[in-house]
Design a protein around this ligand. Sequence first.
Ligand SMILES: Nc1ncnc2c1ncn2[C@@H]1O[C@H](COP(=O)(O)OP(=O)(O)OP(=O)(O)O)[C@@H](O)[C@H]1O
Ligand SMILES: [Mg+2]
Length: 339
Amino acid sequence: MRGLKWLVELHNRTPLFVKVLGANGFFIVTGALGGYAIARFGLTGNDVLLFIAAGLIFTLVVNFALLRVAFDPLFRLHSVIEAVRSGEFTARSPQIPGDPDVSRLTEAFNLMLDRLNEYRQSVSSQILRALEDERKRIARELHDETSQALTSIIIAQEMVEQGLPEGDPLRERVRFAREYTLRTLEEIRRLTFDLRPSILDDLGLVPAIRWYLKNRLAADGLRITLDVAPEAEEVRLPEETEITLFRIVQEALTNVRKHSRATEVTVRIWLTPGRLHARVADNGIGFSTEEAFHADARGRGLGLLGMRERAALVRGANLRVESEPGRGSVVEVEVPIGG
Ligand SMILES: Nc1ncnc2c1ncn2[C@@H]1O[C@H](COP(=O)(O)OP(=O)(O)OP(=O)(O)O)[C@@H](O)[C@H]1O
Ligand SMILES: [Mg+2]
């Protein structure tokens, strides 16, 4: 037992370079001694062949075992690189004892991934914040300036229309212009909501989602169910968390409408101790999450990746996307509340 422990210790402390040199030195000395013994005792034929075959097999087996064990951390490093490449930015290599050089390499590699991840998160957080701020600014401008101006035009058009005698062709033209302006105003309101739903800032997540489902998602052949636990109804969260949740639900619902061919979609919002959960589930055609999340896949949209980016920026948030072709899909996000 003690001997084995000592051997493991020695293995952990000895660099791969020294191990390979040592093992091969041992084979050369053994081979030379064997050759000397063959010459000394006058062995011939089968004995010599047997000696060469045994030596060869022994050398190969020991080299294979030595290199397999020594390279194991490198194989693991490779699988971590693959995971990071496919978007799992938090994947890290475990510290495997066995070779001091490789251990140092693993440590440096993990540290580098940590730094890159911190940098990536801070950049995407800045980008998302700038994006949301700009959307908010444009939405406010549209609401305060453009919508007000259009409303004044509609009132003026109404006054002109009423001032003209019934049957006057000009009255008909003014009425047409007023309807057109009204439609434009509706369009501007829709755009303002998409840019930044003011209901989200004023009343919170649940009213904003309810409004969105009622006004923006209604589509033929899609049954929409909203199931909100009473205690979740009035929960207010920090602004950034609310907009993150809203955008994730919004993107999940857009995907349901765009891709799922579902007949039913259910949005559930509920609380568990210290956490708020939101879930969008459809009964549509489903998809392969692995393919959809693969950062490399060309021509893919950014919706799911964007969801993951947003969720990663809220401390303690979790995003789960589950789907299989033919089995519908589920997007669930949970965030800590309070504290
Ligand atoms: N609910 C769903 N049902 C079926 N397929 C889906 C669903 N959600 C996503 N997908 C599939 O996953 C792919 C990636 O979705 P993602 O939201 O990332 O991109 P997109 O919707 O194509 O583009 P974007 O969101 O950038 O407009 C979609 O192209 C679609 O094939
Ligand atoms: Mg999408």
